[in-house]
Write a protein of this length. Structure first.
Ligand code: ZN
Ligand code: ZN
Length: 280
């Protein structure tokens, strides 16, 4: 492995963009290993918002499988193209949930952090995970990492979840049970990432709070594009990567009829950061 070092002016610019630990923690980014608290047994379904017990997910789940997206003055569901408030277009026989609270997530699968500096470590990496829903909440199904300098993909592996899979979210993730045949464990996939990093390696991404919680990776050097360009209603609402890609880069990503491409998503966050440091 030969790592091309970042140029000093980019390194300085990135250091300026890095969020403080306090800021990251305020927005649920696990900048340090959280203190574990027992996970809630009653949760809200990610799809239909209804409450259910994690041990009893069976039930009629009526929902929209897509997101609400602004089109002119209207909010339109990406799934069925109907407007906000329209009757749900999808139904399933099971609710799903996401374990977004780092302290609770910690009680289910423990966190690690980067402690060692290998002989060679990347200065900055862009990261994107595809997730699915399991009996343990949201879990990583695919981990993709792109080098800031060369923009080459340096890691792209499928990850086998620990819980019983409820939904591969294939419509977005592109992942199916077939990808699980040669998938790595979370620990092995994460170790591949950690082996390329030092505690100072800057991780770049969009909505990294969710990726890092699912990876159970605490890290303090983070640039999260979702925290740079707040939603008009203010944080914690965030603007989607898709919208930012169009506005800032004039790039159309995540078409409604396509799987998310994690390489493209990681590169998009990376290019938004590069555009920003060139402006500074
Ligand atoms: Zn719909
Ligand atoms: Zn539901």
């Amino acid at each position: 492995m030969i790592i091309t070092p970042i140029n000093p002016s980019d390194r300085q610019a990135l250091a300026k963009l890095q969020h403080s630990v306090d800021f990251l923690l305020r927005y649920q980014v696990p900048a340090r290993i959280p203190q574990s608290v027992p996970a809630k047994k009653i949760v809200n379904c990610r799809h239909c918002k209804e409450e259910f017990a994690v041990t009893q997910p069976q039930g009629e789940c009526k929902h929209h499988s897509g997101k609400l997206e602004r089109q002119g003055n209207d909010l339109i569901y990406t799934c069925c193209k109907r407007s906000n408030g329209a009757a749900p277009c999808a139904r399933s026989t099971r609710h799903v949930y996401s374990q977004d609270n780092a302290a609770e997530a910690c009680s289910i699968i423990p966190f690690v952090t980067v402690t060692k500096t290998p002989k060679q470590a990347y200065d900055a990496l862009a990261l994107d995970c595809e997730m699915g829903y399991t009996s343990l909440g949201s879990e990583v199904l695919r981990l993709t990492v792109v080098d800031f300098v060369t923009e080459k993909t340096v890691l792209d592996v499928y990850v086998k979840p620990k819980g019983q899979v409820w939904d591969y979210a294939t419509r977005y993730s592109g992942v199916t049970s077939e990808h699980m045949v040669n998938a790595l464990s979370l620990e092995d996939a994460r170790a591949k990432l950690i082996n390329m990093m030092s505690p100072q390696t800057i991780l770049i991404g969009h909505g990294l709070d969710h990726d890092l919680v699912c990876l159970r990776l605490a890290h303090a050097a983070v640039i999260d594009t979702s925290l740079f360009f707040p939603h008009q209603d203010g944080l914690p609402k965030r603007r989607s990567l898709k919208v930012l890609a169009m506005e800032l880069l004039g790039r159309h990503i995540q078409a409604d009829d396509q799987f998310h491409n994690p390489v493209e998503d990681a590169l998009t966050a990376l290019h938004i950061v590069k555009q920003r440091i060139n402006r500074v």
